[in-house]
Design a protein around this ligand. Structure first.
Ligand SMILES: [Zn+2]
Length: 301
């Protein structure tokens, strides 16, 4: 990774590779068109209708990465319902990834029930995307409990060995914009239908790790890993140690949900938790490198 301007002060002292596995950026023109996009897409309007909420772009992200000591960010698509907006967003994400090899990787989005979903997934994966997502049932008008609708997209991802990033949320607790109803019970139905596709269950899988204490759920989640996106917005910091104990340090990917949360603060918080240096190396970067096949080499000095 040539010439990375990593600051020693903010660089985690013993971590070798730092990957933010869940960040969101948007084309600058989407920010300018925020009001009209908000009226075309209800989910976008709910999350980003307020112009005070940052709609970060690639330049913002690179600055944040330099400040936070992040080597690589996986930028994820927004769950647009309209396949045309998905395509425009994907073109931007693929272009940014191509301009920043080793620094930014793209997870591109499709509207899973649209007629062109499988074709768009394949186009993006062949153009360098490292996965498909972040799919969101509430935003995109599907239900994880009716998984047959997702078959074409799943088959493309499974065939190319690429993961699907799913938004999953808690069946309990406070309501917040973007929470939705993709709860672990619905994800279970999806996993029964598609046990072989690689899944990254965002936001700690809405609490699914706890249910891995049930042997049948542990068997069902063999191809599932969890990301930590938005964690500090949802859970106390105990969640890091707890989930590592529940599912193993090799199945947790540090993701911030940037720009919702700041990368530097999130990483500092994770570093302060009771996790060993070896566990931290896995969670902070090596797992994302493996799951998204980022070819970062696992270790950085
Ligand atoms: Zn999400």
């Amino acid at each position: 990774m040539p010439g990375l301007p990593i600051s020693n002060e903010t660089m985690p002292q013993h971590a070798r590779l730092v990957v933010d596995a869940h960040a969101h950026i948007f084309p600058p023109e989407f920010d300018r068109a925020r009001a009209s996009l908000g009226s075309r897409d209800a989910w976008f309007g709910e999350l980003y209708g307020n112009p005070k909420i940052q709609l970060a772009n690639d330049a913002d992200l690179i600055s944040s990465m330099e400040f936070a000591g992040v080597h690589c960010s996986v930028v994820c698509g927004f769950p647009w319902l309209d396949p045309g907006i998905c395509r425009a967003h994907n073109d931007y994400l693929l272009d940014v990834a191509a301009r920043h090899p080793g620094r930014i990787a793209a997870v591109t989005v499709v509207s899973p029930t649209s007629r062109e979903a499988a074709e768009e997934a394949e186009r993006c994966l062949r153009a360098g995307a490292v996965g498909i997502g972040e799919l969101n049932a509430d935003a995109q008008d599907f239900d994880l409990a009716e998984p047959e609708l997702l078959t074409p997209v799943v088959e493309v991802c499974q065939g190319l060995g690429k993961p699907i990033l799913l938004h999953v949320s808690e069946p309990v607790g406070h309501l917040y914009p973007g929470k939705g109803t993709s709860t672990p019970d619905r994800l279970q139905t999806f996993l029964v239908a598609f046990p072989k596709v690689k899944i990254v269950a965002a936001h700690w899988g809405g609490g699914l790790p706890f249910y891995e204490l049930m042997p049948e759920i542990a068997a069902l989640t063999r191809n599932v890993v969890y990301d930590t996106a938005a964690s500090t917005y949802l859970y106390t910091a105990k969640v890091f140690r707890t989930v590592v104990d529940l599912v193993g340090a090799d199945r947790v990917l540090m993701g911030t949900d940037y720009a919702l949360l700041r990368q530097d603060r999130f990483i500092r918080k994770l570093q302060r938790q009771n996790v060993s240096a070896e566990e931290l190396d896995l969670v902070l970067g090596m797992n994302a490198d493996r799951v998204y096949d980022l070819s970062l080499g696992g270790a950085r000095s």
